[in-house]
Design a protein around this ligand. Structure first.
Ligand code: C2O
Ligand code: CU
Length: 435
């Protein structure tokens, strides 16, 4: 795979192409499909004019393959190559993106999906991917500069003005009445949080961040997707032939828009009765944390702008806050993309169970991502989370406390950070060490 500058018709035919940075000359990068438990080897060549790395988001792989510059590997310099080799233990929907100059590299288009297939495919008519990305474009369809604006970094991050589906603004996705689709949703945006509603349809969630959960309908029919999160849904096409149904994202108050439409062809339904057979995915080989013996820690998310009154939060002024940081976790901030000499916030014993309370003391949403592990999402504000959910990125709302638990079974220095890239770059990032 080659990281390279390129041109891509993001806004559509007949409009100017957008100068992007991308993998293999396409946006999103190639949809990599591999088999669970089979070795993968990917050679990444850097044809950008700055250093890069690739992080295989959500894959429980050896630390040296994790793609964090300084921490797990030297950055791949222009003209150089790096070989990533690992065997994905879990089937599911994962993705890849740079972990170097992340704001610009991800914001200019470097991202793709990594799909690990189950040994036996589930009985659906189609298995499709929607990589949803968000761009800030100027009227000439070129990407606006100004990455890393401190004011944005202290608030919601760089939310753009153009949302694409699989690399282009979408007016419709062709579907047939009666078919059952496994739809893999990936939010690859820098900062935009999404809440998707499928008008006239009742999607069922079958996996979160690649990990199977109990099949369930999302609350209010809305699928919440923070940056870096994935949700696999099962959706029965019960609409009428020839009709169109909107897919709406109404996460931000007053800023609802439609992402695309399900555009039914006029053929009669594929089958008389859509199969109502409940469907669930086989479990992945995740170690179940022992909640009786788990060691407990509280991770306080701090900093940022307070509720819109123009004051910087005072929680951020603690010791350990480094130069230019706007955010911190328990008073510690790692900024940028990763660095060599970051002392770990916590040192975890290999094989032990841990329960972490992620306490959001800020006025902003944070999708918090842990490298190298998947974790159980146990409770939100003390209330049990249903459907046996695992995740690698958990969306934490303002002032919410989320309890997660996992077995620290993967040795190494692992990033724990917010996936709103501006927040990560300005301090909402630490290292957890597993020894
Ligand atoms: Cu997808 Cu360190 O992140
Ligand atoms: Cu954040």
């Amino acid at each position: 795979m080659t990281a390279t500058p390129g041109l891509w018709p993001l806004v559509g035919e007949g409009e100017a192409e957008t100068a992007v940075w991308c993998y293999d000359n396409r946006v999103p990068g190639p949809e990599i499909r591999v088999r669970q438990g089979e070795p993968v080897r990917i050679v990444v060549e850097n044809k950008l004019d700055e250093a890069t790395t690739v992080h295989w988001h959500g894959i429980r792989l050896p630390n040296a393959m994790d793609g964090v510059p300084g921490l797990t590997q030297p950055p791949i310099k222009p003209g150089e190559k790096f070989v990533y080799a690992f065997t994905p233990p879990d089937a599911g929907t994962f993705w890849y993106h740079p972990h170097a100059d992340s704001l610009r590299q991800l914001g200019r288009g470097l991202a793709g999906a990594l799909i690990v297939e189950e040994p036996e495919t589930i009985p659906v008519d189609r298995d499709i991917l929607w990589m949803i990305a968000d761009w800030r474009l100027k009227p000439d369809a070129q990407i606006a500069g100004g990455f890393g604006n401190a004011m944005e970094a202290a608030m919601s991050g760089r939310v753009g003005n153009t949302v694409t589906l699989n690399g282009a603004v979408s007016n419709g996705v062709a579907v047939h009445a009666g078919e059952r689709i496994r739809l893999r949703l990936v939010n690859s945006a820098l900062a935009r949080i999404m809440a998707l509603r499928f008008e006239g349809h009742r999607p069922a969630v079958i996996a979160i961040d690649g990990q199977p959960c109990e099949t369930h309908e999302p609350v209010g029919g809305r699928i919440l997707l923070g940056p870096a999160m994935r949700v696999d849904i099962l959706i029965d096409m019960r609409g009428e032939p020839g009709r169109r149904y909107r897919v709406v994202d109404d996460f931000y108050d007053g800023l609802a828009y439609w992402l695309t439409e399900l555009a039914y062809d006029s053929n009669p339904p594929l089958r008389k009765h859509s199969s109502d057979a409940p469907l669930s995915l086989p479990r992945n080989p995740l170690p179940e944390p022992n909640l009786d013996t788990a060691e407990h820690h509280v991770l306080k998310l701090q900093g940022g702008m307070m509720g819109g009154n123009g004051m910087m939060g005072m929680g951020m002024m603690g010791v350990g806050m480094s130069h230019g940081a706007i955010w911190a976790i328990n008073g510690m901030s790692m900024t940028g993309d990763g660095q060599a000499d970051m002392p770990p916030l916590l040192t975890l014993q290999r094989g032990r169970s841990y329960r972490l309370t992620i306490r959001n003391d800020t006025a902003w949403w944070h999708p918090m991502h842990l490298h190298g592990h998947s974790f159980r999402v146990l409770r939100r504000n003390g209330k049990a989370v249903p459907h046996h959910q695992w995740a690698d990125t958990v969306l934490v709302s303002p002032h919410e406390a989320v309890d997660i638990a996992f077995v620290a079974d993967n040795p190494g220095d692992w990033m724990f950070h917010c996936h709103i890239t501006d927040h990560q770059a300005s301090g909402l990032m630490v290292v957890l060490r597993v020894t």
